[in-house]
Design a protein around this ligand. Structure first.
Ligand code: IVH
Length: 670
């Protein structure tokens, strides 16, 4: 048994190491260890903290996974009000600001600090004796919401400060902006779209939505960034200038923006303004202007505050990246999965430096909500960049005799049926042979967890489709050696290998064949359930929604998708061609050896498994009547963890779920 005092020493050491690595990663951008090594240290600390909960400290590096939801946010009063900034809408107004400042200070030129104006959410962080104590939103400037639990989940936010040549003040309040990078915003929205959740309009809304979650475990999953740029109350303020303050923040462990500059006089600040307005296009996050601050703190004091904003600072706003234009037509564009996205073709306009001629309308619900019609004048914007979108219709300009837009009932590419299944945001072309979808479908069909046709990768498939050698997955089974030999970089031997691989796939297991067809909402797991239940493809093809939903774990959405798939005539043809091409899926006899230790039990595999592949381990569980899942919850019975397991393992431990090593799992199988 390890002594409590030794545990404390180990916890302290691990915490120090993790903090140091965090600092190197987030502040210096110069990590010393791999992510896997970092995860290992983190896991060891988490394990010790689970065993010795009394030793967990509020500033532990493990405190970033979020905690149980709150009923509501408390409030937190700002010790000094959080002011806002006066705006300059153009360069002239920046010069007027400078004139006012010079007049009050009675000087010839003023030294300024120029910074990007980050487009996120202002927050205040409070540190006592160098430890993060609490944090709040700006609120009305006097009182904000206490969002401490959420702020703690932000990876770049230091939970404990580092001493530098300037000691950390006993009480330190710092202010900054929480925001999302474009790439993270796009990932988040793509993910939400696939889950049929409503989309965030822009990175700022997404950051705000994430920060105002009552359940901080959700916040923890959003890759929020923070940059600090101002002081609140600080005991024995040790600085003479804002620049000095900004130079010290990173030394204490705070992330600050990398584009902050000293400007001697307003003309240099104006150059900065112009430079940043162009740089705006290439920055990985949104800024909506710059902020110019008088550098000298005595001068700031002298200038003071006017109503709710300081006289020593101003925001130089950029021109909005919104524009109005006219919708010339609306087209339904078909993606690889058959998803149909309505796109507005616009009268081209300049928007933030690029010509915009198209804007996404997302899906039918979004079109209905905004009521976008051909002929409408619309306000468009670039939200989190890349694809512009329609903000709203200018109804005053609507011409007579416009009609509401409806996504067509037949696919504009192939003429197949277009359907929107219940609970889906998008419409889909149901025709598996639709050429817009062909390459993606064939790729999926041939992939490892489907028909497993070795060598049939995207490059080859694209060539075959482009040469019109294949149009559907069935055509794979009619390819000749001559067809293949005629392709770029295809030696005779490789052509033979590919034909062998195609041949081998003719007799794959039924579940692989079902999975390979790419029926919406029917993944690998559902395919196995269906194969086990029906035992023949013909029986599956005859199934009704009612009979399908009776199968354990097959829900109404998957059931409807299966029935829709088999009622599409193009698919009948395809299945006949596959059959005539010699594809005869095998139905192995039921291998279910129900085993009480497995029956109905839910397993989650995590980490790098060394003794078996994840697929084979899942198979072993399923054939014994157990189930596998991708994430850990209260319902999980076992987590099997290999080396490098991270958050899932931590979650299992925090929920008290039994954790097995690979050896222990193999022992259970015996
Ligand atoms: S300084 C008294 N610096 O803009 C000055 N603010 O309109 C306090 N903001 O609420 C703010 N980037 O959320 C400052 N580099 C920056 C900023 C910045 C963004 C936000 C902040 C503030 C708002 C004022």
């Amino acid at each position: 048994m390890i002594e409590p005092s030794q545990v404390q020493t180990r916890i302290d050491l691990l915490s120090d190491q993790l903090r140091e690595h965090n600092y190197r990663y987030y502040i210096l951008d110069d990590p010393l260890i791999s992510d896997a090594e970092y995860d290992r240290l983190m896991r060891e600390l988490q394990e010790l903290e689970t065993q010795f909960p009394a030793l967990v400290r509020p500033d532990s590096p493990t405190m970033r996974v979020g905690s149980a939801p709150q009923a509501e946010f408390g409030t937190l009063e700002h010790r000094t009000p959080m002011l806002s900034l006066a705006n300059a809408m153009n360069i002239e107004e920046l010069r007027e600001f400078d004139q006012r400042v010079r007049k009050i200070l009675a000087v010839e030129t003023v030294e300024y600090v120029a910074e990007p104006k980050l487009d996120g959410l202002g927050v205040e962080l409070i540190y006592e004796n160098g430890v993060f104590l609490a944090g709040a939103t700006r609120g009305d400037g006097i009182t904000g919401e206490n969002i401490t639990a959420n702020l703690k989940t932000i990876q770049g936010l230091p939970l404990r400060l580092r001493d530098s040549e300037k000691p950390v003040p006993k009480l330190l309040e710092v202010r900054g902006e929480v925001f999302l990078r474009h790439a993270d915003f796009q990932k988040l929205n793509a993910n939400r779209e696939s889950q049929n959740e409503s989309l965030f309009a822009n990175p700022r809304n997404a950051a705000a939505g994430s920060l105002r979650q009552l359940d901080s475990r959700i916040t923890a999953q959003r890759p929020l960034q923070i940059n600090l740029y101002a002081a609140g109350r600080i005991e024995e303020y040790p600085f003479n200038s804002h620049w000095e303050f900004m130079q010290t923040l990173p030394k204490w462990g705070f992330p600050v923006n990398g584009q902050i500059r000293i400007c001697h006089g307003i003309e240099e600040a104006i150059q900065y303004y112009n430079k940043m307005e162009s740089a705006r296009e290439t920055l990985p996050y949104d800024i909506d202007g710059i902020v110019i601050k008088v550098n000298d703190l005595v001068a700031q004091e002298e200038l003071g505050i006017r109503s709710r904003s300081p006289r020593w600072a101003i925001a130089g706003k950029f021109k909005a990246r919104q524009e109005t234009t006219v919708v010339v037509s609306i087209e339904a564009s078909v993606g690889r999965t058959g998803a149909i996205t309505p796109v507005a073709n616009l009268k081209p306009v300049q928007l933030g430096g690029v010509v915009v001629a198209r804007a996404t309308l997302h899906n039918q619900d979004e079109i209905n909500r905004k009521d976008v019609r051909v002929g409408d004048t619309v306000l468009i914007q670039r939200a989190g960049d890349v694809i512009p979108e329609v903000v709203k219709v200018i109804l005053e300009n609507r011409p007579d005799e416009t009609i509401p837009y409806k996504i067509p009932e037949v696919c504009p590419v192939c003429g197949g049926t277009v359907m929107r299944l219940e609970d889906e945001a998008k419409h889909y072309c149901q025709n598996i042979s639709c050429s817009a979808q062909v390459v993606g479908r064939i790729e999926h069909f041939a992939s490892k967890n489907a028909m497993d046709i070795d060598g049939m990768g995207p490059k080859l498939i694209e060539q075959l489709v482009a040469k019109k050698l294949i149009h559907t997955v069935a055509d794979l089974y009619y390819l000749s050696k001559d067809d293949l030999a005629g392709l770029e970089r295809m030696a005779e031997k490789s052509a033979e290998n590919i034909l062998d691989a195609i041949q081998a796939s003719r007799g794959r297991d039924l579940w692989r064949f079902i999975h390979a067809l790419g029926i919406r909402n029917v993944g690998e797991h559902a395919s196995k359930l269906l194969a086990n239940h029906f035992h023949s493809f013909e029986a599956l093809a005859q199934a009704t929604t009612d009979s399908l939903v009776e199968i354990h774990e097959i829900g109404p959405i998957a059931a409807a998708a299966i029935v829709a798939f088999f009622s599409e005539t193009h698919n009948h043809e395809l299945l006949e061609n596959l059959n005539a091409g010699g594809v005869k899926p095998e139905t192995p006899p039921m291998t279910m050896v129900t085993d009480d230790r497995f029956l109905g039990k839910i397993f989650v595999f995590t980490g790098k498994l060394e003794q078996f592949t994840r697929e084979s381990a899942q198979g072993m569980v399923e054939t014994r009547g157990g189930k596998t899942a991708g994430s850990v919850s209260k319902r999980t019975d076992y987590v099997v963890a290999g080396p490098g397991a991270g958050s899932k393992l931590a979650k299992a431990e925090s929920l008290g779920v039994k954790v097995l090593s690979e050896d222990a799992f193999l022992a259970l199988l015996d």
